[in-house]
Design a protein around this ligand. Structure first.
Ligand code: GLY
Length: 593
């Protein structure tokens, strides 16, 4: 599995960047020469596709990048065009998103990368954040010994040791082919030269300025002297550009050592956080074996624990394989019923078994086996909803703010990345002088030993905060293959809904033969065992269907949207790459060549 497809150093493709880099004085964070920025500067604005007008996916013969921001997709596509492979493009896209999609794109958070090589081998990189050395299972109790959601989610104690830079560094060392500087440089340029913000971003930054007053560095970064930006204004982030420049010049040491590490540790000390320079020095990303499953002849490759996503999606597909979903019709009451029952059971497993495998024995093989799915299926009543039992385990808080991007290169190498700051803009603190937001990922740990209650707190042992443990995640970057050939690259943000969003995109492709854009845009449903509520997207199904579901025993809630799936499918007849940016997000973009 640990496969190493290295291509020859692409000297000629790199030449323009040699010129650009000569303009940078090492370690001085000099702004990139303006002409160098043009190498990756957007050549056209959000197209009809990016702004949500097209019904068809974007088609390209060679390479494709789809992300939540069209500028970042273009950065990745330019890397592919210059001869980089899918891992190179994913790294460049990820760094660019940290600049142009700051609510979830990040260097101060963490995530997962799933890679499938053209020969069918696959691997994953786990760069989930870790608890600092000073963490403990009861660290969310206040002075009176009561659990405090405020401490767990909204203080600097909620910051996990960031993993993104180490993850990209590891992926690059193992599987990248281009020079590291070439991959980070576009993000440096975007941070320092700035970019015009969209209407959506203007509204989002306005909210940041209102909410984040306790962090003056955050208000300064996302406003003009406290005045909200308007659509079309240029957002420049010079401190972020300086930090990215250090990462460009020094690799992971540009983040985990020296100036950046010192600034993080100082901010922690100032604000009562726990992360020290020793925590940063200790952090390592891990290569892990992917979860593999099958569904109606398709191979599903996804992320293992500390993600609950791969196990969850394979368990649900195994259960659903026992039904003829196509004949039920898409989003009909019977179809939604079987989906919800599969979801209910998989999420119960999630609560009971899943956590960081470096600390807890997780029975992954059993959970993802066809036998286990058959047992779970056995008590599904075709006509009635089951009941979730709150006495077992309950839900925790998870935010819908995360981001996913997909990449396929000209050789068929595929990369699926989901990464996050946990909530939108993480804990809301831009590290003073370093220009990047800190996560609040410690909120994905359980509340404390024995604290499970009917209101949704969870206190089971496996996912308690312990020094260096990684918190459980729902992020589900996934790749699907058929007959040994790449079929689709799938993923989404959305907190606990992520696993169900990925499941439904796969079902839409396999059972309902939708094209990838339709599969991504189709209305979605969500059930997570507890609370025992079936959520359906606003306008996601008819009133008559809701009535049928209620008659079966469901409590139905119709509201909002679910996830932003940015996916790629391979046209089986031509091999073309078909990119679909989810129309739920107007800033996204599929870019191919
Ligand atoms: N913080 C969202 C997740 O990891 O699932």
């Amino acid at each position: 599995m640990m496969h190493k497809p290295r291509s020859w150093f692409r000297f000629f493709a790199f030449l323009p960047f040699v010129a650009a880099l000569l303009a940078l004085t090492p370690a001085t964070a000099a702004p990139p020469a303006p002409h160098a920025a043009q190498v990756v500067a957007p050549t056209f604005g959000p197209s009809a596709v990016a702004s949500g007008q097209a019904d068809e996916p974007v088609r390209a013969a060679s390479g494709m990048v789809v992300s939540e921001n069209w500028r970042a997709s273009e950065v990745g596509m330019e890397v592919l065009k210059a001869g980089g492979n899918a891992v190179d493009a994913a790294i460049a896209t990820g760094f660019a998103l940290a600049v142009v999609h700051p609510s979830a794109g990040n260097i101060g958070g963490g995530g997962f990368m799933v890679i499938r090589f053209p020969d069918g081998n696959a691997t994953t990189i786990d760069f989930r954040e870790k608890a600092p050395l000073a963490a403990s299972p009861d660290m969310w109790l206040d002075e009176s010994g009561k659990y405090s959601a405020q401490i767990q989610h909204h203080t600097l104690k909620s910051v996990g040791v960031p993993g993104t830079v180490a993850g990209f560094d590891k992926a690059h060392r193992l599987y990248g082919s281009m020079n590291w500087s070439r991959l980070v440089y576009p993000a440096v340029a975007l941070a320092q030269d700035g970019f015009p913000i969209s209407e959506r971003q203007a509204r989002s930054f306005e909210g940041v300025v209102r909410r984040m007053t306790e962090y003056p560095s955050t208000v300064a970064q996302f406003s003009r002297d406290g005045e909200p930006y308007q659509e079309g204004d240029t957002l420049r982030q010079p401190d972020l550009g300086k930090t990215l420049n250090l990462i460009m010049l020094n690799g992971r040491d540009g983040f985990y050592r020296g100036e950046t590490a010192r600034l993080i540790a100082e901010e922690m000390k100032r604000g009562g956080g726990l992360i020290t320079e020793a925590d940063l020095e200790l952090y390592r990303a891990e290569e892990r074996r992917p979860i593999r499953g099958t569904y109606r002849g398709y191979e599903v490759i996804s992320m293992p624990p500390p993600s609950s996503g791969g196990v969850g999606v394979v368990t649900m597909l195994n259960m659903l394989e026992g039904y003829d979903l196509e004949s039920m019709g898409h989003n009909t009451a019977p179809y939604i019923h079987f989906l919800a029952e599969a979801m209910r059971r998989a999420y119960r497993d999630r609560a009971e078994y899943l956590a960081d495998v470096d600390f807890v024995d997780v029975p992954v093989h059993w959970l993802t086996s066809k036998d286990h799915a058959a047992d779970l299926r056995a008590d599904i009543d075709p006509n009635h909803a089951s009941k979730s039992a709150p006495s077992d385990v309950a839900t925790g808080h998870e935010s819908p703010e995360t981001t996913h991007f997909s990449v396929v290169d000209e050789n068929g190498m595929a990369v699926s990345v989901t990464y996050t700051l946990e909530q939108g803009y993480g804990v809301g603190d831009v590290v003073p002088g370093a220009g990047f937001l800190l996560n609040n990922e410690m909120g994905d740990f359980n509340a404390g030993p024995g604290l499970t209650d009917e209101n949704g707190l969870i206190g089971t042992a496996p996912n308690l905060a312990r020094p260096e443990q990684r918190m459980l995640s729902s992020m589900t970057p996934t790749i699907v293959a058929k007959d040994g050939r790449l079929f689709a690259v799938v993923g989404s943000p959305g907190g606990r809904t992520i696993i169900n969003t990925v499941l439904q995109v796969i079902l839409n492709l396999v059972d309902f033969h939708m094209n990838i854009q339709q599969a991504v845009d189709a209305p979605r449903v969500h059930h997570q065992w507890l609370p025992d509520v079936l959520r359906i997207e606003e306008n996601g199904t008819s009133e008559a269907t809701v009535k049928q579901l209620e008659a079966m025993g469901y409590t139905v809630s119709m509201r909002g949207t679910q996830g932003v799936a940015n996916c790629i499918m391979i046209d089986p007849s031509t091999g073309d790459r078909l990119g679909a940016a989810d129309h739920r997000n107007p800033d996204g973009g599929a870019r191919g060549y």
